[in-house]
Design a binder for this molecule. Structure first.
Ligand SMILES: [Zn+2]
Length: 331
C-alpha cells in the first residue's frame, strides 16, 4: 500500500471547492506517454494551474499501470524542478469499471478515482459507487461517479446514444453514495467524432456546428445541489486547424467535430469544476508528427518528431488552461 500523499500528489477536495467558488474548471488531461506527461506538467507550471492527470483503461493497457503511477510521481518532481514550489497534481483513474480496479489504484497511489456505474440501473449505480466511496474515503481519496450516459467511443468506453442526467435524481444519488463529484450527461460525447453530420447544422462557411449543450439541465442540477462539483467528460473541441493539418499531410479525418470552446467556457464558469480533454491532445500530437514527416522525410530519430509533437500538445494545454478553463494563476 502506497499513499498518494507520500508521492506528493493531492486529492480533488480543496481544488474543486476553490474552482466552484472561483468560477473556473480544473483541466483533466489523459496521459499515456512520457511526452504527454512532460507537456502537461510544463503547461501547468508555466500557467500556475492545478492539474488532473488521468489514466484510462486503454492507458493502463498501453503503458502498464505501474509505469503510469511512477510517471505521475515523476510529474510531481519534474514540476518542482521547473520551479513550482507546491505543485497541485492529482493522479486520477478515468472510468474505473469495478470496485477491484478502484481499490488497486487507491492502493498503488492514486489520489482520486472514478467509478463509472452509468451502465447500471440507478439503484445498482448507487450501490457500487457507495462501496467505492467507503474504501476511498478511508484513505482520503476522492471519488467521481457518473449519472446519465454519454454517447461516443473512447478507450473501451462506448455507448450508442446518450441519456441526459435527470435532475430529479441528483440529490438522492449524492446523498446515498457520498461521492465527491459526479460526471453528468448534457450533450458532450467521447471521441473525435462527437456528432454525426446529421446532428449538426452548417455555418456560412459550410463547417459543421454541433448542437448546443443542455445548459437548462446543468442549471436544474445546480439548483438541486448548490456548489456540488460537476464534471464534464468528452469535452475536447477537436480544433479545426489540427484536423486540417492532419488531412493536409496525408490523414483522413472527415467531419471530425467537437464541443465549441465557447460552450465549455460557459460551463467552466458554473459548478462544472473538472473538464476532461483527451482527443485534442491526440490530434495535436498527430498533426505535428504528420507535418514533421511530410517536411522531413529523411528523419527517423523519434526525438526529431516527438519534440514538435510535445511542443504542440503543450501549446494546446496552455490554450485550454488560459482561454477555456480559466485555471491559470491559481497556485
Ligand atoms: Zn469519459
Amino acid at each position: 500500500m502506497v499513499s498518494y500523499k507520500e508521492l506528493g500528489l493531492v486529492n480533488t477536495k480543496k481544488m474543486f471547492a476553490k474552482a466552484v467558488k472561483g468560477g473556473y474548471a480544473i483541466p483533466a488531461f489523459n496521459f499515456n506517454t512520457m511526452e504527454q506527461m512532460q507537456a502537461i506538467v510544463q503547461a501547468a507550471v508555466e500557467t500556475k494551474s492545478p492539474v488532473i492527470m488521468q489514466v484510462s483503461k486503454g492507458a493502463r493497457k498501453y503503458a502498464n499501470p505501474t509505469i503510469l503511477r511512477y510517471m505521475a510521481q515523476g510529474a510531481v518532481e519534474y514540476a518542482k524542478e521547473l520551479g513550482c514550489k507546491k505543485p497541485q497534481i492529482v493522479l486520477h483513474l478515468d472510468h474505473g469499471d469495478s470496485y477491484e480496479t478502484c481499490k488497486s489504484c487507491i492502493d498503488s497511489g492514486f489520489s482520486s478515482v472514478m467509478i463509472d456505474g452509468s451502465h447500471l440501473d440507478f439503484k445498482e449505480n448507487i450501490k457500487l459507487t457507495k462501496k467505492v466511496v467507503a474504501y476511498a474515503h478511508k484513505h482520503d481519496v476522492t471519488v467521481e461517479a457518473e449519472l446519465g450516459v454519454l454517447a461516443g467511443v473512447e478507450d473501451e468506453v462506448s455507448a450508442a446514444e446518450s441519456h441526459y442526467t435527470k435532475p430529479e435524481e441528483v440529490i438522492e444519488f449524492a446523498t446515498k453514495t457520498g461521492c465527491d463529484s459526479f460526471a453528468i450527461s448534457i450533450g458532450t460525447s467521447h471521441g473525435a467524432y462527437k456528432f454525426t453530420p446529421e446532428q449538426c447544422t452548417k455555418d456560412k462557411n459550410g463547417k459543421l456546428v454541433p448542437p448546443p449543450l443542455a445548459f437548462d439541465i446543468l442549471k436544474a442540477i445546480e439548483k438541486k445541489l448548490p456548489g456540488f462539483p460537476i464534471v464534464l467528460h468528452g469535452s475536447s473541441s477537436v480544433p479545426q486547424d489540427e484536423v486540417d493539418t492532419i488531412n493536409k499531410f496525408g490523414g483522413k479525418l472527415p467531419d471530425a467535430v467537437g464541443i465549441p470552446e465557447s460552450q465549455l467556457r460557459k460551463a467552466a464558469k458554473s459548478a462544472v469544476c473538472k473538464i476532461n480533454i483527451d482527443s485534442d491532445s491526440r490530434l495535436a500530437m498527430t498533426a505535428a508528427i504528420r507535418k514533421h514527416f511530410a517536411e522531413n522525410p529523411g528523419h527517423f530519430d523519434p526525438r526529431q518528431y516527438l519534440t514538435p509533437a510535445r511542443e504542440n500538445m503543450k501549446k494546446m494545454y496552455i490554450h485550454k488552461i488560459m482561454k477555456v478553463l480559466g485555471s491559470n494563476d491559481k497556485l
